[in-house]
Design a protein around this ligand. Structure first.
Ligand SMILES: [Zn+2]
Length: 255
């Protein structure tokens, strides 16, 4: 478009804006945007860029737990995403939750098959724990986890080497809800909201009923504080993690 024609357009726009209100007075009141259209636009998922907006990742370990269905309902209601670090043995017994998690846009991580301490078992046993869980998740949801969180967050050089064989970085957490310890709705809410921070990775458990009960209030409050609840991979994207990397680095680990 030439400069001249764009100037003309600009003049036209100004002219329209300057039409005095009375000229429009005989018409019906300015219609509000159709509600249906606005609502539909709102529902279209937009990619969230955590370098531009305030993000936080809620992560649920050891599941799918008994209450995963209720938790998924809550997340869906508030259009929030979460990450589930799954235990293979429960993926096997509750595959439908895992399928739903994947379908509803949540992230699936590997959290071993039966929750042994990876720092106390042989590399072949670590491999077997990871592989069996990958296979169960694939069977249940058609996708394979791309991140690992070893049980208790315990990792050493050997664990990172096995993780690298599976092309997975290790993702731990920045703070814990202590839900497994308090098992109290108010305490879980208070602790979670206290530790919430930009790009935080919060450790929770979907086998704790009180966590699932506290979730509507936690999600609403976080969103009212401007947080986007996203998957953990969104939050760590800027770290550019490579297979075998650990994030955040545990105390005492050198970068
Ligand atoms: Zn665990």
């Amino acid at each position: 478009m030439s400069r001249q024609s764009s100037s003309l357009l600009a003049i036209a726009a100004v002219t329209l804006a300057l039409i005095p209100a009375p000229a429009l007075a005989h018409t019906t009141p300015t219609p509000t945007p159709p509600a249906g259209k606005a609502a539909a636009a709102k529902k279209t998922p937009k990619p969230v860029d955590c370098t531009q907006v305030k993000c936080i990742a809620l992560t649920f370990d050891d599941g799918p737990g008994k209450y995963a269905g209720t938790l998924l309902d809550t997340l869906k209601k508030y259009n929030a995403k979460a990450t589930f670090f799954l235990e293979g043995q429960y993926v096997k017994s509750r595959p439908s939750y895992v399928k739903r998690m994947a379908e509803e846009g949540h992230e699936l991580g590997n959290h071993s098959y039966k929750h042994p301490k990876f720092t106390e078992i042989e590399p072949w046993a670590i491999r077997s724990e990871i592989k069996k869980t990958q296979d169960e998740v694939k069977k249940a949801a058609g996708v394979e986890p791309k991140i690992l969180r070893p049980p208790y967050g315990l990792a050493d050089l050997q664990v990172t080497e096995v993780a690298a064989e599976f092309d997975m970085p290790i993702v731990l957490w920045t703070a814990g809800s202590r839900d497994w310890d308090t098992k109290n709705v108010e305490a879980i809410k208070k602790q979670t909201l206290e530790i919430a921070e930009q790009d935080g990775i919060i450790l929770m458990h979907d086998w704790v009923k009180q966590t699932v009960d506290a979730m509507p209030s936690i999600v609403k409050t976080l969103q009212s504080r401007g947080y986007h609840l996203v998957t953990v991979s969104e939050v760590v994207k800027k770290q550019d993690l490579k297979p075998g990397d650990v994030f955040p680095l545990p105390q005492g680990w050198e970068n």
